[in-house]
Design a protein around this ligand. Structure first.
Ligand code: BYC
Length: 324
């Protein structure tokens, strides 16, 4: 292709891309797309996938300690769902051109981020409730608009993920509800868990809009539909009546209804802590990454066996063709 033809192709591609975005239509893997769009989506979708995989750890630690067989089965199903979410998301990310093992290596090398929330420990059984109610609740609030993301494979993956997240949130709510209506010690355990997870759950929405370098461009491209602060506000408005129904409180003395805005005002979050956590200095960053690297090493034989099987079946298929 001559330089002139390449420029022509790029101009037509850009026009078509702009048209798709303007029409609120979907960009598909084979469509031309600006390199920066491909890059930001690869970043966001792979970070999202890494979050699902790392996010299995705090809960998986509680599978053996769940208080009944039923709770154990439910928690196992939830953790398995999260592995599945990771897989759909890696598949969606791969359609943008970067192979999954490269994305995975970025995580193992500590170059790719995953959600700050998973660097906090799950200390008690009530924390499993708080993770379900607050963390999965925040995830739903953030991810429902992503079902309409302009990139087709990402939006479609999000539809199924959101359905499963709703079940996850319900199971968290139910754990907290039961504890809150149990003995005074159980109620206190539920309150402590909410106290510890409230701030970090609000930080899942990302830094304040003024410190969010990617938001505006991602909204212009209709990857993100709302800003970080808008979604955070929506989440606060949603959980205030829920916490009342639980008979618990949120640990924020500044939380109050603002008649003029039609929203709850809430106190400043600890952004210094947030930025330290995403730089690797949270309470569990080292432990999470160490466990992920171990799991990757322990899984080497599975990857090798799958690759050998794929090779063998493709050879058998090729010999059958030659024989035919
Ligand atoms: N933690 O310009 P910004 C789940 C980074 S899984 C860590 O606002 P953007 C679940 C951000 O990446 C939940 N890093 O970025 C799983 C960027 O850094 P880089 C995961 C964060 O992308 C298992 C920088 O800060 N959900 O629910 O426009 C069990 C500047 O930020 C965080 C998703 O991944 C954070 N909280 O907006 C239970 C949802 N926030 O890349 C539950 C999809 C920001 O420049 N992702 N950063 O180095 C998104 O919606 C967006 O990527 C974000 C950030 C709202 C998170």
């Amino acid at each position: 292709m001559t330089d002139q033809e390449a420029t022509q192709q790029e101009t037509t591609g850009q026009e078509y891309f702009d048209h798709l975005i303007e029409q609120d239509s979907r960009v598909e893997p084979r469509d031309w797309m600006p390199e920066a769009y491909r890059k930001t989506l690869t970043r966001q979708v792979s970070q999202h996938a890494h979050s699902e995989i790392i996010g299995m750890q705090p809960e998986a630690n509680w599978i053996t300690r769940a208080p009944s067989l039923k709770r154990k089965a439910i928690l196992m199903a939830k953790v398995q769902d999260e592995a599945g979410h990771g897989l759909y998301l890696y598949s969606a990310a791969e359609t943008l051109g970067t192979p999954r093992d490269v994305l995975n290596q970025q995580l193992l090398d500590g170059k790719a981020k995953y959600s700050s929330i998973f660097n906090y420990p799950a200390r008690t059984w009530a924390d499993i409730g708080a993770i379900g109610w607050l963390v999965d609740g925040a995830a739903i609030c953030n991810q429902v608009p992503l079902c309409r993301a302009s990139y087709g494979p990402y939006g479609r993956a999000m539809v199924r993920i959101c359905k499963e997240e709703s079940f996850h949130q319900r199971q968290g709510w139910e754990i907290l509800y039961e504890l809150s209506n149990g003995t005074p010690e159980q109620k206190q355990m539920a309150q402590d868990a909410v106290n510890r997870f409230y701030g970090p759950a609000l930080q899942m929405f990302g830094p304040p809009d003024a410190d969010s370098p990617h938001s505006q461009q991602s909204m212009d491209w209709k990857i993100k539909r709302f800003s970080n602060d808008d979604l955070r506000q929506r989440f606060v408005d949603m959980i205030v009546p829920q916490v009342e129904a639980l008979g618990l409180t949120l640990p924020d003395p500044d939380l109050k209804w603002n008649e003029d805005r039609g929203h709850y005002d809430y106190g400043e979050l600890d952004w210094e802590e947030f930025f330290a956590v995403i730089k690797g200095q949270g309470p569990c960053n080292r432990q999470r990454m160490q466990r992920r690297r171990e799991a990757h090493r322990e899984g080497a034989w599975v990857r090798e066996a799958a690759a050998a099987y794929a090779e063998k079946t493709s050879q058998t298929a090729a010999s059958a063709l030659i024989g035919a």
